[in-house]
Structure formats: structure tokens, C-alpha cells
Design a protein around this ligand. Structure first.
Ligand code: V47
Length: 411
């Protein structure tokens, strides 16, 4: 029996109806979605430019439900569990660790980075960083998410030692670390090492997966204006491809609200969709590929973007970024509503508009906090309340989306 025969939801009925409404502006997108056909870049632009949230939100909600069902079956769960996953929102218990804020890059939106002589500049010692991970583990963390500034004093030796020390003291923790921008930075100082060798070294030290930062907006024009030092889209994608070939799961992000046009957001998603096609076709060990997409929303304290006339995202824009990413990224299993940047209430709305993940407890977020976010950590009960308030089922996961009760990383 097919998913659509077996699965009932108002989102499914809505999309089926819409697919028959000849003349409706979203009829052909509904038809494509029902038939598992990929929507085009032009379709994505139509969605992102629409203000009809109830319609596009229901289509994305249907896609979220169907994707959850298919992913569950692919992972070997039975039909009953797959149906439960159509109503499930995942979250994890995690720690964000930023070992250094010293950064030689100059990204106009970033309020976290400091120059070496800045009184607020810091670099953590190995012992200090490990202590933070130990404390987080004692509080239930299954993951440490490590990213830092581009600091010429914190290169591959510093980080390999750090990961090794973390794994020695806290063996059960999953280490998700380094953006593609950092991997490229390490390589610049290791002239004789290839990206492959950089990954081999870090994996040997204990690297388990990679986060999705540093993608910003792939558009060359916006990159040149906002973050000229950052590696271009093809390099970012190449580094993730190599990580995938090593059997790592990685994530991908898009930072919106930095002066880009809606079309440039859809192009960004198209680049990611093609990159994922390439990795999936490669049949990598451990299904090395992208796992989750996270639409980010720029915050403006500590930068001058608003003074320069950049238009901040509205709540509607934020939800549309969730919707369009769920519709465009048909080959990504998960779309994250990153509550730190959306705020708990918008994140809650996103859960019935395409997202199936909230990120986690996070504990000590610094990057968005430096730019003005109000909260940098959340208790598990609050995460559960957000999910249940959206009338969905809350489930704790590990980094690789194993339900916590089945996870090797369980505390
Ligand atoms: O790469 C920088 C962005 C990213 C600002 O992979 C800003 O699971 C908002 O990548 N306002 C870091 N955003 C965060 C990130 C992330 C977060 C959660 C989960 C995952 C994951 C990844 O934050 C940076 C940059 O794109 N950023 N400055 C700012 N002012």
C-alpha cells in the first residue's frame, strides 16, 4: 500500500484537492508534490514570493509528514512507528562550544568575531573546553557542536588535541564540529595536506559529523559585499562532498536577511539540492550525505546592516524560508526550526509548516547572542512544551536522529 493510500491527514486532503483545482496558482506545484516530482527553481520563486501562507504552508506540512514516513521506513522502522514519525518533532540535548572568537575574517553580519587585541577576545584552553563538555554531559548532553573563529593559533593540531581530550574524558559524546570555512582555513596552514587528509586526521581524533555553518548566501554578489573572505559556494560544497565521501553526515545552512533577494535564497537551495544529489549518487560509506537544513535569520545588534539599509526578515519571511526549503530540498531528510534565531513562538509555528526539528538545549550559544538574541539555552521541558503546544509529538534524538532510547550516545 502506498503512503497516500495509507496515510490520512488534513494536509494530504488539502494537497489532493488543490491538485484538482484547475486554474489555481499552486495547482501544478500541488500536482508535482503529490507525484513526487521535483519542483523547479521557478516554482520555488513563486512560493517564496507568495503571501498565501495557509496554502503553501499546508503543502510543506504534507511534504514534512510524507518525508518523515519515508525516512522511518528507510531506517527500518515498522509502519506504526513511521506513522508516529509523521507527527514527530525531534530535539536533542547539546552544547555549543566556541573555543575561540578570534577571527581574521571580516564578515559584516558577525558580532561574535574579535581581533586578537580586542579586550573581549578569548581562546579556551583544552582543559577549560573539556570541563565545559563534562558539565554538559553530566546534564544529559549527547552532542557537542564545536565551531570557532579563524584563528591562526587554533589550527588542526589544537583541534585534534581538543577532540582527543574530549573523547578521552567524555567518550560517549558525539562531536559535530567545524564549518567548511574552518576546514579550508586549516588546509591553508598545512600546505602538504589535502582536504581528505585533514578529514582523516580529524576523524581519527574523534570527529563524528559536521555542522552546516559558513554557507551564508551562496550568491557571489552578496558574498562579495557581506563576507568577501569566505570561500565560494563551489568550495563549500566540495568540502562537504569530501566529508560525505569519508562517511560523515553534515548539515547545511542559509543565512537570510543580509541583503539578498528572495531569488538568491531559492538559488542557494538549488545549489544544495544538486550537491546532495551528487553525494547520494556516490553511495558513500555510512550514507555520508547532508542530513538537515537550517534556515538562519540575521540578527543586527553589533553590526551595521540596518544602518546600511538591509531589510530585516519579517516573521512571514522566516516561515516562508522554512516552507520553501521543505519544498525545494526533496533530498534532505530534516528541516530545522532553529529556535535560538526564530524565537520559540515562530519556531512553534514552523513545526506545522515544514520543519520537523527544533535543534536542542544548546546551553551556551554565543554567535546569535552576540548579535542580540534573547535566549541562549532552553530546558528540555520548554522544548517539549513548544512541540506539544503545536499538537505534535516530542522526541529526543541523538545527532544522527536515532531516538534517544536507541542511541549509543545516550547518557
Ligand atoms: O555560520 C553569523 C550565522 C552561523 C549572525 O549545523 C549569524 O546543526 C544570525 O551554523 N545573526 C552559525 N546568524 C550557526 C550555525 C548552526 C546553528 C545551529 C545548528 C547548526 C547545525 C548550525 O550563524 C554562522 C553564520 O551563518 N551568523 N552572524 C548574525 N548576526
Amino acid at each position: 500500500m502506498s503512503f497516500t493510500e495509507n496515510f490520512n491527514s488534513s494536509a494530504k486532503f488539502f494537497v489532493e484537492q488543490l491538485a484538482q483545482e484547475s486554474g489555481h496558482e499552486f495547482q501544478s506545484i500541488a500536482e508535482k508534490v503529490l507525484n513526487h516530482e521535483r519542483i523547479s527553481v521557478e516554482d520555488g520563486i513563486k512560493v517564496i514570493k507568495s503571501n498565501d501562507l495557509p496554502v503553501i504552508g499546508q503543502i510543506a506540512n504534507f511534504v514534512r509528514q510524507r518525508k518523515a514516513y519515508e525516512v522511518a521506513l528507510r531506517k527500518g522502522f515498522d509502519e506504526a512507528v513511521a506513522l508516529e514519525h509523521t507527527k514527530t518533532v525531534w530535539w536533542n540535548t547539546n552544547l555549543h562550544l566556541n573555543p575561540t572568537n578570534i577571527c581574521i575574517a571580516s564578515c559584516d553580519f558577525c558580532a561574535f568575531a574579535k581581533k586578537p587585541k580586542d579586550p573581549d577576545a578569548y581562546t579556551m584552553s583544552n582543559e577549560d573546553a573539556v570541563e565545559r563538555v563534562k558539565t554538559a554531559r553530566d546534564e544529559g548532553a549527547t552532542e557537542v557542536h564545536i565551531v570557532g573563529g579563524l584563528n591562526p593559533k587554533c589550527l588542526i593540531d589544537y583541534y585534534a588535541d581538543l577532540i582527543r581530550a574530549i573523547k578521552k574524558e567524555v567518550p560517549g559524546i558525539h562531536v559535530k564540529a567545524f564549518t567548511a570555512v574552518e576546514i579550508d582555513f586549516f588546509k591553508k596552514f598545512e600546505k602538504n595536506m589535502s582536504y581528505e587528509e585533514i578529514f582523516d586526521r580529524l576523524i581519527e581524533a574523534g570527529l563524528d559529523s559536521m555542522p552546516g555553518g559558513g554557507a551564508e548566501i551562496f550568491s557571489r554578489a552578496v558574498r562579495d559585499e557581506m563576507c568577501p573572505d569566505k570561500i565560494p559556494a563551489d568550495k563549500w560544497a566540495e568540502i562537504h562532498y569530501i566529508a560525505h565521501s569519508k562517511g560523515l553526515k553534515t548539515n547545511a545552512t542559509m543565512l537570510a536577511g543580509i541583503g539578498e533577494e528572495p531569488e538568491e535564497r531559492v538559488d542557494h537551495l538549488d545549489i544544495l539540492r544538486k550537491a546532495q544529489d551528487k553525494s547520494l549518487a556516490a553511495n558513500n560509506p555510512n550514507e555520508g550525505s547532508f542530513q538537515t537544513f537550517i534556515p538562519l535569520s540575521c540578527h543586527y545588534e553589533g553590526n551595521d546592516l540596518l544602518e546600511r539599509g538591509v531589510k530585516p526578515l519579517t516573521g512571514q519571511d522566516q516561515i516562508k524560508n522554512i516552507i520553501v526549503s521543505r519544498l525545494m530540498l526533496d533530498n534532505f531528510d530534516h528541516i530545522k526550526a532553529y529556535w535560538i534565531q526564530l524565537g520559540p513562538k515562530t519556531a512553534q509555528v514552523a513545526l506545522n509548516m515544514g520543519s520537523n526539528d527544533l535543534d536542542g538545549t544548546v546551553k551556551a550559544e554565543r554567535i546569535t547572542f552576540a548579535a542580540g538574541s534573547k535566549k541562549r539555552s532552553m530546558a528540555e521541558e520548554q522544548l517539549i512544551n513548544i512541540v506539544e503546544g503545536a499538537r505534535l509529538i516530542s522526541k529526543e534524538r541523538d545527532t544522527l536522529y536515532n531516538p534517544i532510547e536507541l542511541s549509543l550516545h545516550r547518557v
